[in-house]
Design a protein around this ligand. Structure first.
Ligand code: HEM
Ligand code: ISQ
Length: 148
């Protein structure tokens, strides 16, 4: 079965919850990434020269919001047409240039799913997580294609 309307609703509702506390949730997201891949810190311009994950950093928050927003958009596309199309063709090049490699995509996926678990709280479910995972996988596959 393809991506369902119920899955789209699950992703949309937790995306709204994510945005509701962007300062907190974006720090959670980076913290989970760096727990798994401490060396990834040096890839991000806004983390490189700071001790830990900086609080109140608009660039950091904007990037986290963008990543979650693109995964949400991917869910909408999967539901509407069954495939994900990259709106921004430069996304492949950006990641190649920054030194991102395949295993990083697993790290970011797990961090994203952990963040969603925190954000959803009592409304978290395995179905909610699987919906985010499917949308992320569809988007990540397109970014990797654009990187190669
Ligand atoms: C930059 C999205 C995966 C590391 C970006 C940008 C976007 C983005 C929108 C900003 C491009 C711009 O400058 O306008 C995504 C999405 C991903 C993904 C949607 C997965 C589905 C990854 C992974 C890594 C990564 C796996 C590796 C840890 C970076 C870095 C930058 C970047 C280092 C540059 C940040 C800076 O300005 O210093 N990404 N990304 N991304 N991404 Fe990703
Ligand atoms: C990947 N690309 C851009 C920004 C990000 C922020 C946090 C974790 C992963 C990211």
């Amino acid at each position: 079965m393809g991506f369902t309307e119920a899955q789209e609703v699950l992703v949309n509702s937790s995306w709204e919850a994510f945005k509701q506390n962007l300062p907190h949730n974006s720090i959670l997201f980076y913290t989970f990434v760096l727990e798994k891949a401490p060396a990834a810190k040096d890839l991000f311009s806004f983390l490189k020269n700071s001790d830990g994950v900086p609080k109140n950093n608009p660039a950091l928050q904007a990037h986290a919001e963008k990543v979650f927003g693109l995964v949400r958009d991917a869910a909408v596309q999967l539901r509407a047409k069954g495939t994900v199309t990259l709106g921004d063709a430069s996304l492949g090049g950006v990641h190649v240039q920054k030194g991102v490699v395949d295993p990083h995509f697993v790290v970011v996926k797990e961090a994203l799913l952990q963040t969603i678990k925190e954000v959803a709280g009592g409304s978290w479910s395995a179905e909610l997580s699987a919906a985010w995972e499917a949308a992320y996988d569809g988007l990540a596959a397109e970014i990797k294609k654009a990187m190669s």
